[in-house]
Design a protein around this ligand. Sequence first.
Ligand code: BTN
Length: 126
Amino acid sequence: QCILTGNWINDLGSNMTIKAVNGRGEFSGTYHTAVTATNNEIKISPLQGSQHRKNQHNKATFGFTVNWSFSDSITVFTGQCFLDKDGNEVLKTMWLLRQNVDSLENDWKATRRVSVNVGNTAPGAR
Ligand code: BTN
């Protein structure tokens, strides 16, 4: 089984907590990023997501949005939950960070950040 609910830590050291996934596959949670593209003080930020209902307990695809409480950016993640060869849950995700820009002319540089993250359940989590 691969269940999203719980505490996750990624390769950057960021921590994410996903609360219960409801019957429609919807979930919410919090994201505590270890890094920021801003000079602002990092604060825990809310996330809202959706998990595919097919295959819900096994390798399900999902997506979520983090609305950063300390910056004017938004990050969207898409991913899939897997079990590694030792049976540990692993999230493979891609993300896209939209920065706020002040004008239409600067739109071209608003979405320059895109990358991958690997998430693992924290030891003793859930
Ligand atoms: C910002 O800098 O404007 C908000 C924080 C962005 C953190 C990014 S989101 C993708 C990547 N994965 C993380 O855990 N943190 C960074």
